[in-house]
Design a protein around this ligand. Structure first.
Ligand SMILES: [Zn+2]
Length: 401
């Protein structure tokens, strides 16, 4: 079977074409794939996603490169018959997006080679950003922004981009940015005076069409530097999201957008100070609460005060403070609980001159709460989700004393 003539190789901006259907196959997805004698649809490959569009008005969901049999166009709807003459249309906004990301990648990758001799080892167009994996050994924001600066200058110089074909022997004499991944004649993409690389993708006519290139973030990954970037319309969309986010944060501080980080940092510092202050006040309050609880509790026959109490909305730390303040007094046992939203908490503690295994009591009590807990014979803590059984749990502990 003759393979498909790939019109996108000659013109990346061709969005409408006529062709003949050469083959038709059913897909496992339930849709039908057709092969054409010529196509402007770019199939998934080389890190670039497939084009979408229509064939005779029916949706083309995806195109697949089946090298020997040509390009498969997966059609959602009524597929044309073999031999039919059809009209194909590419979704231009999607193609333009891919042209911008793909050409942007050539430029950014060459910028890393020019400045730092750091080649690109991987490229992916993701849902709303792109990634390149660069052999950059000591990445910093400053180094990466230098490459971004150079890349954008090349974009704004609006350099011409041309496609050439070269034999393997000719190509071997040329300063290609990366090794060809296939044998035979090569398709070379040249950015005037800047970059020359073999590639089968769709590219801009001139670098200006890329618009701009922005790096969102980067990280070290498997010995390489993984750089997340966006070009063209994606860079604008990302700027809009970032601006919306930072303005929303600034509004919370009644500040201008660019002042917000300073104010957020200040508020976090203040928050830490307040936290420390609250903790120290809680210790004072715990001593007062312990005093009141002891005053309201009478001695049992053994001359011990067993203090039981359930608090509202106390975290484990503050419950422990009250328990410690209580058992600082001789002959005292504290069985304390707290309801905190959906969670029940317990702290059991005793002064050293009393007996009873708080750890054993805590384990039994936590079973009733459908939770977990434990500790030492003189101090144990735990909790569970059956808040309504908090009273029963303390009763069960009492019965073990
Ligand atoms: Zn390319």
């Amino acid at each position: 079977m003759p393979t498909t003539e790939r019109l996108y190789y000659q013109d990346s901006h061709l969005i409408e074409f006529e062709a003949l259907v050469t083959d038709k196959t059913d897909r496992v997805s339930g849709w039908t794939a057709v092969t054409l004698d010529r196509t402007a649809f770019y199939p998934t490959g080389g890190g670039q996603p497939s084009d979408t569009g229509t064939i005779n008005g029916e949706r083309v969901l995806e195109c697949i490169d089946d090298e020997e049999n040509g390009v498969l166009h997966v059609i959602q709807g009524r597929a044309p018959e073999v031999g039919a003459s059809v009209n194909g249309r590419i979704d231009w906004p999607r193609r333009l997006d891919h042209i911008q990301q793909h050409t942007g990648q050539h430029i950014l990758s060459q910028a890393f080679v020019t400045l730092f001799n750091a080649p690109t080892r991987g490229f992916r167009v993701l849902h709303d950003v792109c990634e390149i994996d660069v052999e950059l050994t000591n990445p910093t924001n400053e180094l990466i922004e230098r490459a971004v600066e150079l890349a954008n200058n090349v974009v704004w110089e609006d350099r011409e981009i041309t496609v050439k074909t070269a034999s393997a022997e000719e190509a071997a004499q040329l300063p290609l940015r990366k090794e060809p991944s296939r044998a035979g004649d090569l398709r070379l993409i040249e950015i005037e005076g800047f970059d020359l690389t073999p590639c089968g993708g769709t590219h801009a006519y001139r670098t200006g069409e890329v618009g701009m290139i922005a790096v969102r973030t980067w990280e070290r990954a498997k010995g390489l530097t993984r750089i997340e970037f966006a070009a063209g319309t994606r860079a604008l969309a990302d700027y809009r999201r970032a601006n919306k986010t930072s303005r929303a944060v600034a509004t919370l501080f009644s500040a201008s957008r660019d002042d917000a980080p300073k104010l957020a940092a200040r508020m976090l510092d203040e928050n830490k100070d307040l936290h420390r202050r609250v903790r120290s006040l809680e210790e004072i309050a715990a001593r007062v609460e312990a005093h009141d609880l002891l005053a309201a509790t009478s001695l049992n026959d053994a001359g011990v005060k067993i203090v039981t109490h359930v608090f509202e909305n106390r975290d484990a730390e503050s419950l422990k403070h009250v328990a410690q303040a209580l058992i600082a007094n001789p002959k005292t046992i504290a069985l304390l609980g707290s309801r905190e939203g959906e969670a029940a908490r317990l702290v059991f503690a005793r002064s050293t001159d009393t007996s009873g295994d708080m750890n054993v009591m805590m384990r039994a009590a936590c079973e009733l709460l459908d939770g977990r807990g434990g500790g030492k014979p003189d101090m144990a803590q735990g909790g569970g989700k059956k808040v309504e059984r908090l009273g029963d749990a303390i009763e069960s502990a009492l019965s073990l004393l």
